[in-house]
Design a protein around this ligand. Structure first.
Ligand code: SF4
Ligand code: SF4
Length: 190
């Protein structure tokens, strides 16, 4: 997506989660996931803003692109960072956008009815949806949700939807995470 498609008059404000949560591995900057970037100021904001790498200039979470997601979907408020999935999308879903709902808090997110409604709507509309969970300095775990949740979406069974989603979130959280490190300016898996 290009910057032209950003939602008008929507700003990151106090949020700086992409400068903490994301793994960045580009020639100008290497950063482990879940660990604040060395250029992130304590007061928030980027200390090299005008010279920040192209990766940082070009990347926005999907809350900045999707007008239907209300203000409450700003990641630091919602506890979820929604981003595009560019890899690992099953072939049958590859003609549409795919989304990763990165869970930034615990399983209590299951009680967020707004999250449930948006996720169910995305799945019903045929978008590939994943959840992911992370741990500082470790590769995140991702789970493809459509196969899990489609039966509940098709039958509009909200209790089944929540119970299947909770199982997926727990599985994602409990899955062993691979430790990462930076060696010679490159990200390596230990
Ligand atoms: S996670 Fe989204 S809202 Fe937060 S700083 Fe990054 S782009 Fe902005
Ligand atoms: S260089 Fe700046 S914009 Fe990029 S991750 Fe670091 S603090 Fe954020």
């Amino acid at each position: 997506m290009s910057k032209k498609e950003l939602v008008a008059n929507r700003e990151c404000g106090e949020c700086n989660l992409c400068c903490i949560s994301l793994l960045i591995d580009c020639p100008e900057l290497t950063k482990l996931p879940g660990i604040a970037c060395e250029n992130l100021k304590k007061s928030g904001g980027c200390s090299i803003y005008t010279k920040r790498p192209p990766t940082c200039q070009d990347w926005y979470c999907q809350w900045r692109y999707i007008p239907q997601l209300g203000d409450q979907w700003r990641p630091d408020l919602k506890g979820i960072m929604l981003s595009n999935m560019l890899e690992g999308v099953p072939e049958e879903y590859s003609h549409k956008e795919a989304f990763d709902f990165k869970i930034l808090k615990d399983t209590s997110i299951i009680n967020d009815q707004d999250f449930i409604n948006v996720l169910a709507a995305f799945i019903e509309q045929g978008y590939a949806c994943f959840i992911s969970t992370g741990k500082p300095g470790h590769a995140s775990t991702k789970i493809f949700l459509n196969d899990y949740l489609m039966p509940a979406v098709s039958t509009k069974n909200i209790d089944l939807f929540k119970s299947e989603l909770l199982t997926a979130i727990e599985e994602c959280i409990n899955h062993p995470k691979e430790k990462m490190a930076i060696k010679d300016g490159k990200i390596i898996r230990l």
